[in-house]
Write a protein of this length. Sequence first.
Length: 146
Amino acid sequence: MKDNVVTVEFIAIAENERFARMVAAAFVVPFDPTVEEITEIKTAVSEAVSNSVIHAYNSSGEGTIKLEMRSTEKGTITIIVEDYGIGIDDIEAARAPMFTTSALEERSGMGFTIMESFTDKLIVESEKEKGTRVTLVKMLDISCGL
C-alpha cells in the first residue's frame, strides 16, 4: 500500500462533525483497522472538529475547517484538523483536563484530553487571530490486516 494524502474543507457547523468522523473512518479502511481503532480515530476527530466549531468560530458557522489525512504504508495515520479562527490564548492551559473557557456553558473541558487518550501523539499549534492546527497521530496495528 502506498502513502496517501486526502484533504477536505468544510464549513464550521456542528453537522459537519459527523461528516469529518465518517471521512476519517473511510480513510483508514484500507488498513483493515479494528473496531476499537476506528472508534478511537472517529472520537479524536470529532473532538478536534467540535473544538474548532465551538471555540474558533463561536458556533457561528462562518468559518472553514480543513481536514487533512495522511497515511504511510507502515500504518501511521496523521490527521490534521485546522481552523482559521480566533486561536488559543494558552495552549498548555487549554490542554489541561477540565479546562473550559466558559464555566457558564455545559462543556466538560476534556476535548484535548480525549484526543490525547485516543491517539499516539497529539500536537496543538495556535496563533491568535490566525487559527489552530491540531495534529493527531495514530499508529495502526497492521500486522494482521495486510
